[in-house]
Design a protein. Sequence first.
Length: 255
Amino acid sequence: MKLTVIGCAGSYPGPDSPASCYLLEADEETPEGPRTWRLALDMGNGSLGWMQRVVDPLALDGVLLSHLHADHCLDLASFYVMRRYHPSGPQAQLPVWGPKDTANRMARAYDLPEDPGMRAEFDFRTYPHELTIGPFQVEAVPVDHPVEAYGLRISCDGRTLAFTGDSGPCESLRGLARDVDLLLAEASFRVTDENPESIHLTGEDCGTLAAECGARLLVITHVPPWFDPRNMVAEAQAVWDGPVELAVQGRVFEV
C-alpha cells in the first residue's frame, strides 16, 4: 500500500496543509490486467484542491469518512460539484462510507434538500464492522469522540495500517492499532495542557498507544496550526523508542 498525505492540519486548514485527508493506493492483478485501487480516508476542508496535484479525484474507488466534523468531511461537498457538473458529464455513483447521517449532513452542507441530496453522485453507506474494497480489507472501529466516529484498520497484501480518526484514549484504539505496520494517529492536544476528556489524543498518548500495541511506525497527524507539531513528536518519543514520523502535506509512506 502507498499512503499519501493530502491534508494533515487538525481542526481547520493551516497555512501549510488542508484538513484531514489521506490517499491510499494499492495495485491488483485482475483478469483484465493490472489496476490501481484508490481510497480517500476523510475529505476535510481544503483537501480536494491539493488532491488534484496527486491524482485525478474522479479516479477514486471510494471515500471512507471517520466522522462528520467539517475538518474531516466538508470537501465532499466540493467533490459533489465536480462529479455532478464535470464537462465529461455526470459521474457514476461513488461509494462513500461513514456515520449513519452522512447523506443528510452533506446535503445540508451544500444547502440541498435532504431528499435526494447528493445521492445521485454518491452511494452513501454506513459502516459494517468489516468490508472489502478491491484488495483492501477494512475494519471500522467506534472510537471516543463527541459525535459518532470511527478508527479504520486497513490491510492489504499482508500489511496493515491503522488510522485513529479523532478520539480520546479508549480501549478500542488498542485493538485498532495492534501489531500494525503504520499507525496514523492524531495528536491535537499537548500533555502539558489541561485537556477535556473524550475528544483528542496528545503526542504522549500516541507514543503510549504505539508502545502498547507494537506498531512498527508511528506517524503523527492532525496537529492544529496553533501548535508546533515537533512538540507532539517529542512527546511521543519520550514514552516510546520506536520510529516516529510527522505527517506533512505531500509526504508518501510505503506500508
